[in-house]
Design a protein around this ligand. Structure first.
Ligand code: MN
Length: 254
């Protein structure tokens, strides 16, 4: 086996943001940086080495050094799901159904996302991650979908991922990879409202909710409102990891 072949087999390094939540394990009950196992499994099964990136607090200046250090260590960024982005981040008043603010995650993930895009690094935003992508670039969110669409299909049962269909734009990067009609695992009560450039919508639910977006600037920047780490027959995570591998190949040896 030659060295080139070994490089082909070497996992690409995928930075994955984490939750920061109260958690209990063993005898401990304290705030924890955590991530459902489904993410690490989905990444590693498709040839990626998941490297968790918990929120780092700091001044804007000091945070830059952590963001750049984190991105130096990875070949792609996956912004994970989680609680609601603070509406103040997109200039809106809080809706009663919007969850409590998580300034640590908002600060860190918005900074990471902007810096990764500046590098031209592949980015996949999942659920909250897609919303972070939109807000990081100046977009806005719908704070409670049942108010807007009257539909409950995006989050039918508390604590259980629902399933619904999405229609994917055939000409989009995502559509070429996963096809025009996909069943997805869904758990969200918010969605993107206004998408900022260079993001364009690429998938929709039957009720018109924007279910995916991507950058039309040639970068591999994709957001999905659904949970491909839970159910991914279409291969969203594999497509992302392959894009990261291609970026590594194009950039030469690490
Ligand atoms: Mn949905």
């Amino acid at each position: 086996m030659n060295a080139d072949h070994l490089m082909d087999l070497r996992p690409v390094r995928i930075g994955v943001t984490t939750y920061r939540e109260p958690a209990a394990w063993g005898v401990w009950n304290e705030p924890a940086d955590l991530l459902p196992v489904t993410y690490a499994d989905a990444v590693s099964k498709t040839g990626g080495m998941p490297l968790l990136l918990p929120p780092i607090a700091g001044t804007p200046d000091s945070m830059v050094t952590f963001v750049e250090s984190a991105l130096d260590a990875v070949d792609g960024l996956l912004v994970a799901g989680g609680g609601d982005v603070d509406p103040a981040r997109y200039g809106a008043l809080r809706h009663p159904a919007t969850g409590s603010a998580r300034p640590d995650r908002d600060d860190w993930e918005i900074a990471l996302t902007r810096a990764a895009m500046q590098r031209g690094m592949p980015v996949l935003g999942v659920c909250r991650g897609m919303q972070v992508l939109a807000v990081a670039l100046g977009g806005t969110l719908l704070q409670h979908l049942p108010d807007t669409t009257g539909a409950e299909e995006h989050c039918p049962v508390v604590g259980v991922h629902g399933r619904h269909l999405v229609r994917v734009s055939p000409g989009s990067r995502l559509g070429e990879a996963i096809g025009p009609n996909v069943e997805v695992a869904s758990y969200h009560h918010q969605a993107v409202d206004r998408l900022p450039a260079p993001l364009v919508p690429t998938a929709w639910a039957d009720d018109g909710t924007i279910e995916a977006c991507e950058a039309d600037d040639g970068s591999w920047t994709v957001g999905v409102q659904w949970h491909p780490e839970v159910y991914d027959e279409a291969g969203v995570v594999a497509t992302f990891v392959a894009a990261c591998r291609q970026a590594v190949s194009a950039g030469g040896l690490r």
